[in-house]
Write a protein that binds this ligand. Sequence first.
Ligand code: ADP
Ligand code: MG
Length: 610
Amino acid sequence: MPDIIQLLPDSVANQIAAGEVIQRPASALKELVENSIDAGATEIRVYVKEAGKVLLQVIDNGKGMSGTDARMSFERHATSKIKKAKDLFAIRTMGFRGEALASIAAIAHVEMKTILLNADIGTLLIIEGSEVKKQESCAWSGGTSISIKNLFYNIPARRVFLKSDPVEMRYILEEFMRISLANPELFFSLHHDANELFHLPQGTLKQRIVHLFGNSYKEKLVPVEEETSIISIKGFVGKPEFAKKTRGEQYFFVNNRFIKDPYLQHAVSGAYDELLPAESFPFFVLFIDIDPARIDINVHPTKTQIKFDDEKSIYAIIRSAVKQSLGKYNISPTLDFNTEHAFSNFGHGKNGNSGNAIPSMPQIKINSAFNPFLSGQGLASNSTPAKTTDFYGVGSATFEKTEVEQLEMNKVVQEAEEWKGEKKTPYQLHNQLILSPIKTGFIVIDQQAAHERILFERYMQQLNAQKGYSQQSLFPQTIDLSPIDFALIKELMPDLLLLGFDLREFGKGTFVIDGIPAESIAGNEKSVLEGLIENFKQNAAFSKLDRRENLAKSLAKKTAIRSGQALSTAEMTNLIDELFACKLPSVSIDAKPLLLTFGLDEIFKKFDKA
Ligand code: ADP
Ligand code: MG
């Protein structure tokens, strides 16, 4: 037998390494910018074309490279940052594996121009798929410019898996925000296609935050500063009244490296105690400095997690530091957070605050011939027959009807018929459940789950039928968004319009809300949109809902009546009518039961009367 083991050619090894280091344009951007920072640059300009799929270019004014170093920098394990294994444990620079440039060069067309400080002549280097195509002297004014073109051009499988431009652009923005927050003393700019998205002058952290998130943040920030023997903490937290429904704006840096750590996030939120409205997230940008020996830095460079050897103390220190700051700035609860939820998401009223008066439910006429299993029938409420696709959205699961389920469904159809025949006054139990007699007994409906189901199906129908219903706002509200949420909304815009949102872009990071879905309450425009984004992001992170299902579900959750909501008889009757007009009236959009039936026979049996 001949020997069969071979060493992989470098180009192949590099492609494999690239898979780990460079997942998408944003990860390449991160590597380039971190190299520029390590090279001592004070000005870093980023140019992006088509969300980085066509071009990513970083130009810096750092110390540059000699011709030999320029060539060497693309070799695997080429780094000027570690000489001995011991250095690994004291590392404070950004990159430390000497893999980034080699990886990038393996999967893209790369052009580098660089010149050593005070040298007369620079170097131009062109590399395609690890192969040096050109190396020559060139005139160059200073620093280093690296362009990455056609990322993944030679790995079509990876290219195909890149997301749409707006999504990839969001990743890029997120990366850019993190790096520029961590380095406010450096100038950054970001250009996308023909637009300059950010122009960030050198300044303090506070100025950087204001430049990134908008002028309104000037009044929202509370400084945090604490020095202990274990760690030091510095940065800003947002005043509680500005907490948002979305978690997006939370930044932790450990030794200036961005990390995502739910445990530490919790430490910050915990410090707010009851100052925070339910389901809202405070803004923060916090820097923790710690002896590198006390953390596990041997983490993958693309990972955003880190291990501390004394997590509990760090948690306690962060919590108390934030608490103290909030206390010092004399922030006390001024808002009554409990009143907001009551009926605020229900009804059509323009004035959602009329004390006990309950806005009326939309009036729905029941189509008594309706049968959820006959296709071609739209919702009973719809006068124009809907051409919906036949979806059975049950949360994330596509509903496959088994025999048992078919029997269940037949039962619901029967219940619906009986309910229509009976139409006795429904009764609300503990402001949560609706009881209603049917011929054979009674049904119990979870009011919130039922309304979510109704709205979900309605929104899906709007999305599929390309027709939305909006209520125009008397007083259009503006909403300031982080660049990431801004990009998300832009991406979702066509579907948001179908759902009944009427939005206008209004300068950088701002939308004007001219109208919201008919089911939402006027005056609540901002909160509806913020809640929708938050739900959408959470669903996107934890489930495989398709985008429209996610949107419909998120909005249904945001606009449905809540448990705890008192309902009038007319509202309950309407709710039941609408529920029985749904395709899946007995299953909640989280795939749980929402409707129970109790037969008289069962009950009499319990009384020992049967
Ligand atoms: P690492 O950053 O882990 O050392 P990289 O592959 O990212 O590995 O970079 C390899 C080397 O190329 C760096 O160690 C540095 O010496 C050099 N280099 C990369 N980018 C720049 C830059 N913008 N300016 C100066 N030197 C650079
Ligand atoms: Mg590097």
